[in-house]
Design a protein around this ligand. Structure first.
Ligand code: SAM
Length: 299
């Protein structure tokens, strides 16, 4: 689309960089310049991008709390001949970000919806992960609460697979260790995983290998910085009768077995958990929760 082609009325879903400003596309810049309005997840965040590229298009907020209400107003503007661009703070709108409600409502109202592709953290991580790309499942963020997250991971592991599948998650730096530890407990320490950090930025990093090694590598750092995409190679087949993956990825010895062994050496349960927490690089409360889950399963 040459720059001087006038933009047709419609809703333009515009991808923006996930770190490196050089990843904005020529078409994205053109749409952002020509649009009548830019609906932003956070107007202050987008303003920095617009200032950098000397774009003066007015912005309006459109986030998870007002997306539905804003949709009505923006769709009316498009019906009257307006051109509305939608951006999130980073990457593709609608991908673990606002944008999909607006798109669905615009489609229902018969308004043209036009994607303007560009950066996306999940796909950028996938193509450089070395994990299978023929079949992959994007799962966004896992639940924040420990119990719900563990249950979700167990559900994913319980699904039988006819072919190896790469599962892709988004994760925050303060939860990455707990998530890796849950994945390790469910699929076993040898499960092949990749943690992609700070994609497209100065300190971009890929940690590839058994999930236990990635967890230990991150646990040994003073501070875990940056945003993560976590990918795992979910093995072919189905878990064993106990829900373990002993075939394709050796399952970790259960916490109850380890605690029982330490108790036989004379430690009480709390001291045994403390010792295990040190050895496994996990928190005592995490291990206590795991112990309770194992006991509940046996009942
Ligand atoms: N819409 C975005 C996209 O298309 O990728 C995703 C937005 S979601 C709210 C933010 C999450 O994406 C982060 O918590 C992180 O998991 C992942 N992410 C975004 N930018 C990243 C980057 N530069 N490196 C690694 N992960 C990133």
């Amino acid at each position: 689309m040459p720059e001087d082609t006038p933009l047709a009325p419609g809703l333009y879903l515009v991808a923006t960089p996930i770190g490196n400003l050089g990843d904005i596309t020529l078409r994205a810049l053109d749409v952002l310049r020509q649009a009548d309005r830019i609906a932003c997840e956070d107007t202050r965040q987008t303003q920095k991008l617009l200032n950098h590229f000397e774009i003066t298009t007015p912005t309006v907020s459109c986030h998870e709390h007002n997306e539905r209400h804003r949709a009505t107003e923006l769709i009316e503007a498009i019906k009257a001949g307006g051109r509305v661009a939608v951006v999130s703070d980073a990457g593709m709108p609608g991908i673990s970000d606002p944008g999909s409600v607006l798109a669905a409502e615009a489609i229902a109202a018969g308004v043209p919806v036009i994607p303007i592709p560009g950066a996306n953290a999940a796909l950028s991580a996938l193509i450089a992960s070395g994990l299978p790309t023929a079949e992959f499942v994007f799962l966004g963020f896992l639940p924040e609460k420990a119990g719900a997250r563990r249950t979700r991971i167990e559900e994913l592991a319980a699904q039988p697979r006819a072919a190896a599948q790469t599962l892709i998650f988004y994760e925050a730096p303060h939860r990455i260790l707990e998530t890796l530890s849950d994945i390790e407990s469910v699929w076993g320490p040898a499960l092949h995983a990749v943690a992609a950090r700070e994609l497209t930025k100065l300190h971009e990093e890929f940690l590839r290998g058994p999930v236990a090694d990635i967890r230990k590598n991150l646990a040994a750092r003073d501070r875990i910085r940056g945003e993560f995409v976590l990918l795992i190679e979910a093995p072919v087949g189905a878990p064993g009768p106990e829900g373990t993956w002993e075939g394709s990825a050796p399952a970790r010895e259960s916490i109850s077995t380890r605690v029982a062994r330490l108790q036989a050496e004379g430690l009480d349960e709390m001291d045994a958990l403390k010792r295990l927490a040190r050895e496994l690089g996990q928190s005592k409360s995490e291990l206590y929760r795991e112990l309770q889950r194992e006991r509940a399963k046996r009942k």
